[in-house]
Unconditional design. Structure first.
Lengths: 400, 400
């Protein structure tokens, strides 16, 4: 499904009528994504007790910024509304140059990140790699014995990070409510209700998957693969993901607020898509990457881990081009370590999530863009292209 | 049911085996009460952006404190374990003189307050009375038209505050899982599952109640009455309880952490028992009362509102003595404005919640005690008496 890009203003967020069952659907998602914890189980990711990283503001006149779609020109503000954006923070040269919130959203409210969560999760894996607890070349089953004898046998941590593990999971069509990509919402906690034909929790689904092909052969986006990274993280640390993520990352980037994460009925964290943060804290996470893993002089993530995202490995590029995500207009794009690399030469990569979530890191312009949205549909090519184009044009604008 | 007071150490809190269905039951409540949001829908009560009220510590030797039960003497530490306490904070003369946490609990984790929530809710009513938005003598139906033509017709806000509204609701026996006091857990969000024979949300239950007697005639503890205060608060402010409570109280007492509150399937807040705070923040709330509604020179709650709790109205005392809560050994006790007044002459009153929650305010010794526990049973006369006795003896000890 798709939504025409027009100046039509999205419906405002309202609580009335939003239920456990519809909070992800239009127009209820407008309230739902900002109040996920009111519709399902969540755990807290503590910001710890440290100081907040202050983000200075630098006044920047963006009134002459225009994006053209067909024969319509959109100012930045019009574009954000047309793209169903709820929150938008641009940090350039270390300062906030633009910050915008839809009605009812503010700098202190969390918003669901959807699959941008994957980029947060993989960054934690990077920390554990730096600590020597995880080797990307090692098989996942080495760390998670429960995977032995399943379709995951032989899959390395790197296969998980690159979405190339060979398991059967259909996430190609979010418009099909019976596809795995939608049904997993019942297992992983997005939906409280259970279905007899869907495993009752994430790990049960993980271990029940059928194999498909050879590990490493192809890139195919399947969220459940990232959940296995969550299992690895919990297994090698002997702690819950929430505690490890708080300890290693969230308490070290100067986050202003605790984050939320959806948990399944057994308490397993939905690391592939269930994290909720404020827009500013998402921008702070982006800055962690932009600054090659360091925050205020302290190395939080190994610099090599952020650099390797930009490896531009021809094999990754070829795999990506051959996948359903491949796009001839961006022949150098690829997916690596749970990031979508737009342009490795520019140092431009992003985490993306359905319904219009994004954190964009761009070394070439020294910029991070955090964008949170509630598109009417989970996946929407028109709005996706539009949002990415607005972001790219804004980077060009800022570099002038 | 009751639990013998012995030096037996409670089982430690563990995540494994705790489910949506058993998190309130022994021994699962030990983890459950510290992680309520992982088992049901919750909303956030923001602490706002203000400074944390620092609580200085004053070293106080309590090694000679002993409580005797039968022929056993308990040190304070032994007593806290015997009483299934999870967190214990004593503030005397403005400084923390004792702070203790069970294994796995810390100053930054929230814990379910159960009915201590009622005392927080009524304090917010006090603020709204001060603002002229609520008159305790006015009928609830004046503020909440949906109550018109129901058993609540004729009940004043004061009747709600004093648990003397005349509605039929059986909360006398928590050991009976079919009693209203247990079944309401299905409506108000403690339990995610629904039952066909229980209203699906709190307000539906409120408006469906049958009348019983005359408003104001008797004191009978029925949690659902406090929920109507929540309806009044939302109605007169036109805002959600979470926002009003944050704005008027939680952001003004120097709370260190956001609080959580259980919400029902329609988002109605469980103001009668669903609030979760840290132990220190509960102590800060107690200090708000101890200091007659002021925090750092700013009047947050009218002083008259805190003073009137200690009115020692003979009618309240008589009503209380005649109720099932009456106790000949404390003939001057009463329930007023959602507080249990232990001794008005001493300025000693408390909020109590099942499974051993308490905030005790004592003007005579300038002390607040915050206690969070997970008794094996919701109500337990042995542990209740023991916990209250330890607190009272500690006040005596501190006044020496």
């Amino acid at each position: 499904m798709h939504t025409e890009v027009t100046r039509t203003r999205p419906a405002p967020a309202r609580r009335e009528g939003v239920t456990d069952d519809n909070w992800q659907e239009d127009p209820y998602n407008r309230w739902g994504f900002r109040h996920v914890r009111e519709f399902t189980r969540t755990a807290r990711i503590s910001r710890g007790q440290g100081a907040v990283r202050q983000l200075p503001e630098r006044h920047t006149d963006l009134s002459d910024f225009l994006t053209v779609v067909g024969d319509e020109a959109f100012t930045l503000w019009e574009a954000l509304e047309a793209a169903y954006v709820d929150a938008f923070v641009v940090v350039n040269g270390g300062a906030i140059v633009h910050e915008w919130y839809a009605e009812g959203m503010d700098p202190h409210g969390t918003h669901l990140l959807m699959s941008v969560s994957k980029s947060l999760t993989s960054t934690l894996v990077g920390v554990l790699v730096g600590e020597g607890l995880v080797d990307p070349a090692e098989q996942a089953v080495t760390y998670v014995p429960a995977l032995k004898g399943t379709a995951w046998d032989g899959a390395t941590v790197q296969h998980l990070l690159d979405m190339s593990a060979a398991v059967m999971f259909n996430e190609e069509d979010y418009d099909d409510p019976e596809s795995d990509g939608c049904l997993i919402e019942f297992a992983s906690g997005y939906r409280l209700g259970q279905r007899d034909d869907v495993p009752g929790d994430t790990v049960s689904w993980v271990v029940s998957l059928d194999p498909q092909g050879e590990h490493g052969d192809r890139f195919q986006y399947r969220s459940i693969i990232t959940d296995v990274l969550g299992m690895v993280i919990e297994s090698v640390t002997g702690q819950r993901f929430t505690d490890v993520f708080s300890d290693r990352i969230w308490s070290r980037i100067g986050a202003e607020h605790d984050a939320d994460i959806i948990v399944d009925p057994k308490g397993f964290p939905t690391v592939e898509g269930g994290i909720c943060t404020t827009a500013r804290d998402l921008a702070r996470f982006g800055l962690l990457h932009l600054e090659r893993g360091a925050v205020g002089g302290a190395q939080v993530v190994p610099a090599e881990w952020t650099d390797r995202i930009l490896c531009a490995d021809p094999a990754l590029i070829a795999r990506y081009a051959a996948s359903s995500s491949g796009d001839p207009t961006t022949p150098q794009a690829y997916y690596h370590d749970c990031w979508w690399v737009w342009d490795a030469a520019k140092g431009r990569y992003a985490g993306h999530g359905i319904n219009g979530q994004m954190v964009l890191v761009d070394r070439s312009t020294n910029t991070v863009i955090a964008m949170m949205s509630t598109w009417p549909h989970r996946m929407d090519p028109h709005l996706s292209d539009f949002g990415s184009r607005v972001a790219a044009e804004l980077l060009d604008h800022l570099s002038r």
